[in-house]
Write a protein that binds this ligand. Sequence first.
Ligand code: F6P
Length: 318
Amino acid sequence: MKKVAVLTSGGDSQGMNSAIRAVVRTGIAKGFEMIGVKRGFKGLMENDFITLGTQDVSDILYRGGTFLQSARSEEFKTEAGQNKAINNLKEQGIDSLVVIGGDGSYRGAQALTKRGINTYGLPGTIDNDIPLTDYTIGFDTTLNVVTDAISNLRDTMSSHERVSVIEVMGRSCGDIALQAGISSGVDAVLIPEHDWNIEEISNQLTSGFQRGKTHSIVMVAEGAGKAEEVARLIKEHSKLDTRPTVLGHIQRGGTPTAFDRLFTSRMGHKVIQLIEEDITGVALGMEKNEITYHTFDEIFNAENVVDEQLYQIFQDLV
Ligand code: F6P
């Protein structure tokens, strides 16, 4: 009988619970023993393991966050930290480890793979910044959270004829800003992958108001600029009344969308199949609606690029 552990690591994202549930329930259906690791790699080093049965993962499918909790660990980046984790896994007789997390967590998973641990990755981050998957866990929910927030801002901005400058997450990836921007029909999107020019943006906003617009929305990905600074610059150049809003961690919460629940259920199911087939050292994702997998090396050798077609669509629709 195989013994499989699962953990969530790095910044949490909506749908992690649904992923854990799918991994655990599918594993149990195959007759595996399932273990949860608390607080990511930190719990792995501290031997913080719990046995998970079917009932332990009930009532979590629709909850944001992660009931196993998460952490970012500096110690795990060291050889000494990894040694502790590997010893604990061996002592517990764990055959395989499923890591649900983003880029940093995948680095940890890759290190364990290189040291002989059967490791698997599921892309858990709202940023959508993992290569070789069209989506990451929580990204769709975040788009909906941001889209709702923009609707609220639009109401009050219209009443006062203001420009709302909204900062969303995405340190190196503009996907949240771009895709929520298209979904919300905003006036400008500032993303780290493209240069922006404050004068052009200010002129465009001014001519919008001259045409009779009652409000404008500018989206800024955190990796492209700070809402407060961009709002100040727009005011300086256009004399329009601006208000900055930083959405912050509100974006990481909330019940996962049906898309995120389905996506994570499919990946959780698939990873257990891969464990059964002894295919290891891979991370899963979705490409063209198929659940696919690639080695950690392939993922780190691939470049995460913004969808230029979507960027063009945004520009044509503005
Ligand atoms: O990587 C996910 C993410 O949500 C980023 O978009 C954001 O910059 C970061 O995590 C915030 O991290 P923390 O929760 O540690 O403040």
